[in-house]
Design a protein around this ligand. Sequence first.
Ligand SMILES: [Zn+2]
Length: 202
Amino acid sequence: MKIKGLEMGSIGTNCYVVSDDNNICAIIDCDGNPKPLFDYVEANQLTPTHILLTHGHFDHIGAVEVVKEKYGCHVIACEKEREVLENPSVNVSSFSGFPISLLADSYCKEGDIITVGDLNFTVMETPGHTVGSVCFVIEDAIFSGDTLFLGSCGRTDFPTGDWNTILQSLQRLKNLEKDYVVYPGHGPATTLANERVSNPYM
Ligand SMILES: [Zn+2]
């Protein structure tokens, strides 16, 4: 498994490309100008088959349609995130000036395994930042979206956000058994071990 982070989104959102040994890859969140993604895919001769969405906010989904069109990717989000994806007021895109309404191709839930080539992502529902926020867990990596950041966590003052709920989700992450590398939706990667001892919201 190879992980590449691209800070591509309209407000510095991370887009991750996770590829297997046969160059099949999943794209996790996808916003902004996708040229760095296209360049990386071409340079490494990758075949993107899936776009996995940690949640439906505008700064994580703005490039989904164009990337899907280019590669024919299958788009997956949490079933509880449907309204966020579809409603520009709820996904906050209406305030950014470019309203987005997005339909996923399929919807996932807690405990689902999403298979992409040789890669198996486990879905962990971590609501709070939005109602259908998820983390994707694979091997020793967690893609945490806007639930968990280095030293911080996502805000909960947007529609469907809830502070007590995100605190519960952060406790679930804290209580995972082993250590993981955490790849957040914004900012640098960290480890769960580091966040357990230094993140004030955990
Ligand atoms: Zn967000």
